[in-house]
Design a protein around this ligand. Structure first.
Ligand SMILES: [Zn+2]
Length: 417
């Protein structure tokens, strides 16, 4: 057996097993009694529901990842990657267009595989726990819009990458890196204006006490905001959220309508203070810088594998191609992705603590943020006691209890001073 093939199968199976073990540990870590901090927020029934939600979603993920791993292994071993290649080559369209057709076909196949799962998750699981507000019409419209957007944005990006590799030889990875960096920065600015409105309606926050409080708080912190918007998150789900988009003068704060409904004014301002903390600490810029380095590393390593005949043989390919290398390399890169993902999550959790601390250091915001976070976790049926291994691997935010304990410490320190 080809050595690359063995390595790829080992990666796939190891990753699958790791996920299952961590998910199992997480279920075992569920605690029957409501943690003390949450008495009064979660009643026994709601708490049980939150545990049930964790169990049901974990079981669902187990089924989904088993099916997709098995299907992928069969597809790989049965020479599926080559069959698709032979099919798209039959159109005789030249390397670049053939490459776009090839990668497009693979994306289409994998979307078809994940569609029934996403349907079940939305209309059975989320529905059962009272989160789902999505109509079938919105669900399918989202998928079609997503595919069209992917086509509209992905095709030119793929074209540029393949073109650089066709024409610029050994230094292609540098051109790809630069090109993709420019595109991703442009998208950061365009997404809130052109893409997000395709999926949701954004309305300026009505005049009133909340708006006054938000503006007063931002002004006090000398923080410029271009606009305060509400988003119809309730169109799809009853879960709560808030976020900032844009940079500098273009900065906008977006509150989900569901958040405005469930949280009091002071709690909402505390959530805003947390989001502002991310900006004050330049978290977004740091993450962007890391992602730019990540892209560079990706293209550099990719360039080493272009023309690797053994790698192509392990996918049973009859023809070598740049686009093939792009796909096959992603299999080899997966363990590096896993470690990078973990490192990014560690950093992201640190950022969350910093943003919380920023919020808590503004007068009276610590307590409001604690009560806001509690309501948020109750409304979203968050798992209050996730297993540390799961947190380490996948959590971009620290568990809610750790955040609350850290916030208490800041508040206590403030009172002593
Ligand atoms: Zn945050």
């Amino acid at each position: 057996m080809n050595s690359w093939l063995i390595i790829i199968i080992v990666f796939l199976v190891a990753n699958y097993l790791l996920e299952q073990i961590v998910s199992y540990l997480n279920i075992k870590a569920l605690v029957d009694k409501v943690p003390e901090e949450f008495l009064g927020i979660f009643d026994a029934e709601k708490y049980q529901k939150s545990q049930e939600y964790t169990k049901v979603t974990s079981k669902f993920e187990l089924v989904q990842s088993t099916v997709s791993t098995v299907v992928l292994l069969i597809f790989l071993l049965a020479g599926g990657f080559n069959s698709v290649d032979i099919f798209v080559r039959s159109f005789n369209q030249g390397e670049i267009v053939t490459g776009i057709l090839y990668i497009g076909s693979l994306i289409l196949l994998s979307s078809m595989l994940s569609l029934p799962f996403s349907f079940y998750s939305t209309f059975v699981i989320e529905e059962r726990f009272g989160f789902n507000n999505t109509t079938k019409r919105t669900f399918f419209a989202d998928i079609i819009k997503g595919l069209l957007l992917g086509l509209l944005i992905g095709t030119p990006i793929l074209y540029i990458i393949l073109w650089f590799f066709e024409t610029t030889g050994d230094s292609a990875w540098i051109y790809c890196w630069a090109g993709l960096t420019v595109i991703s920065i442009v998208l950061q600015f365009l997404a809130p204006v052109l893409i997000m409105p395709l999926f949701n309606k954004f309305t300026l926050l009505e005049d009133g006490t909340l708006k006054e409080k938000v503006l007063a708080f931002a002004q006090n912190a000398s923080f410029s905001i271009q606009g305060i918007y509400t988003m119809d998150g309730s169109k799809r789900s009853s879960k709560l959220n808030a976020y900032f988009t844009g940079f500098g003068k273009f900065r906008k704060i977006v509150f989900y309508d569901t958040l405005l409904e469930k949280l009091g004014d002071d709690e909402i301002v505390a959530v805003l203070a947390h989001e502002m903390g991310h900006y004050k600490h330049h978290h977004l810029l740091k993450m962007m810088a890391i992602s730019i380095c990540h892209t560079g590393l990706l293209f550099f390593l990719l360039s080493l594998f272009i023309g690797n005949e053994n790698l192509f043989a392990s996918f049973q390919m009859e023809h070598m191609s740049t686009y093939g290398a792009l796909i096959f390399f992603s299999f080899i890169f997966s363990p590096i992705s896993l470690f990078l993902g973990i490192a990014l999550n560690v950093l992201s959790r640190k950022h969350e603590f910093e943003a919380d601390r920023y919020a808590a250091n503004s007068p009276n915001r610590g307590k409001a943020l604690v009560s806001g976070l509690k309501k948020l976790s109750a409304a979203n049926l968050s798992n209050l006691t996730p297993h540390p291994a799961l947190v380490f691997l996948h959590y971009s935010h620290p568990p809610i209890l750790e955040r609350i304990q850290a916030l208490h410490k800041v508040s206590d320190a403030r009172e002593v001073n």
